[in-house]
Design a protein around this ligand. Structure first.
Ligand SMILES: Cc1cc2nc3c(=O)[nH]c(=O)nc-3n(C[C@H](O)[C@H](O)[C@H](O)COP(=O)(O)OP(=O)(O)OC[C@H]3O[C@@H](n4cnc5c(N)ncnc54)[C@H](O)[C@@H]3O)c2cc1C
Length: 388
């Protein structure tokens, strides 16, 4: 067992950190509060070779490991939290599922632009009545000649405002085995991107409406029965979510640590007050223990996809640590922490989002309990027949 980076990983982390410090540190605060997608930065990050890290070389990727992608997202987030969204989009998001299951023709059509920071793909899984209960999704796909006809609505999609293509989870028939996915292009007749709404972090999302939306059959990603395979690829997305949660919590921690070393009250620097020292001790412990679970999940990824149990643990630990640490960092920095003069409040708002996105912390605990007891616990209310 070795808890240290390999020499190669250490050098890669240093090179990403140097790039981030030179190119992304200037403007990091302004970028955080701008809801526009930063295409110029996306292309710069692509040129640096930080998109498609885990994708195969024949798909236009770098052919690296999941750990490499985690290192990249961490090093960027530690310098410019907002720019880590670009690393997420190009490595862990729906692009990962798409690259895993897309046909050669689909990949040829879309991957080059996705990997060069010129195009975004957004995931449409959540619906107004299917959030944590994702398998209750209703968006339907029926066959009609050489097309599928989609009807339904999606909500909360990251990058839904700016994406050109959408990975839409659809229902071909009843039950879990009826679920699959289709790629929908933004300009498809019957597909409408609604007005943007804001999350508390300032990120914007748009509802997606499909009304008799005709999508060519060649856009099918996974047919009926594809849900389980999609979710195993989704574990890679969860690793990205975990990495950002933790790194952005650590970003806030670093700001608060520096502040506590410099700020004086009652004639003493803040770090001399034991009440604050204990907060920092707790924060450091949370960050470090979540970090180990994250690296365990990423390093243990078998053929590029991490195990469900390791991912669940890592996501839970990183979501909790990221938010709790960022929230304490704001507290330690007082009015300055609560102000938009620094990135601490942004870190707190973003880390709160990841306690909900990609499976809430409560749902992660439900899943973890299933691993503990090695059995499924249905969350569904028992039917009248089952109640007796
Ligand atoms: C920042 C952000 C980005 C997102 N990006 C995307 C995206 O790109 N694509 C996409 O499709 N969706 C996205 N989502 C949506 C996200 O996946 C859902 O918000 C999430 O799955 C929770 O669903 P919900 O909001 O409907 O909450 P609900 O499912 O209604 O849950 C409400 C509360 O009840 C709790 N709860 C529900 N069921 C149980 C249970 N069985 N046991 C215990 N507690 C339970 C939940 O944990 C939560 O606290 C995003 C959300 C956020 C906040």
């Amino acid at each position: 067992m070795d808890f240290a980076f390999t020499e190669e990983q250490r050098l890669f982390a240093e090179s990403v950190r140097r790039f981030a410090t030179d190119k992304l540190q200037p403007g990091a605060l302004k970028r955080a509060h701008d809801p526009e997608f930063d295409w110029a930065t996306a292309q710069m990050i692509a040129d640096q070779g930080l998109l498609g890290i885990t994708l195969k070389a024949e798909d236009g990727g770098i052919g690296g490991t999941l750990m490499d992608a985690v290192i990249a997202i961490e090093q960027v987030a530690l310098v410019c939290p907002k720019s880590a969204d670009i690393v997420q989009a190009g490595n862990f998001g729906p692009i990962r599922t798409f690259a895993e299951y897309g046909t050669p023709q689909q990949k040829e059509k879309w991957l080059p632009d996705l990997l060069s920071g010129k195009m975004l793909i957004s995931l449409g899984m959540s619906e107004p009545d299917a959030g944590s209960a994702a398998t209750e999704l209703r968006t339907s796909a029926r066959e009609d000649g050489d097309h599928y006809v989609l009807n339904g609505q999606k909500v909360f999609g990251t990058h839904s405002r700016d994406a050109s293509i959408y990975l839409i989870y659809v229902r071909f028939g009843p039950g879990l085995d009826g679920i699959g996915s289709i790629i929908v292009e933004r300009n498809t007749p019957g597909f409408t991107v609604g007005e943007p709404s804001s999350f508390m972090s300032g990120e914007e999302w748009c509802p997606l409406f499909m009304e008799e939306c005709r999508v060519p059959k060649e856009n099918l990603l996974l047919g009926p029965g594809g849900f389980k395979r999609q979710i195993s690829a989704f574990n890679a997305e969860r690793i990205g979510n975990s990495s950002r949660s933790l790194a952005i919590g650590r970003h806030a921690f670093n700001l608060a640590r520096q502040y506590a070393l410099e700020r004086t009250q009652f004639g003493r620097t803040l770090c001399e007050f034991q009440g604050l020292q204990w907060k920092f001790a707790d924060m450091a412990l949370k960050l470090e223990s979540a970090q180990l679970l994250l690296y365990k999940a990423a390093a243990g990824a078998d053929e590029g996809l991490p195990s469900a149990q390791d991912t669940t643990m890592a996501k839970l630990a990183c979501n909790l640590a990221g938010f709790e640490v960022a929230s304490e960092a704001v507290q330690v920095m007082g009015g300055m922490g609560y102000s938009r003069e620094t990135l601490a409040e942004y870190c707190m708002l973003r880390t709160k989002g990841w306690m909900i996105a990609g499976g809430t912390v409560e749902m992660m605990k439900n899943r973890l309990a299933e691993f503990v007891f090695d059995r499924r616990f249905s969350q569904r209310a028992p039917s009248v027949k089952e109640r007796g």
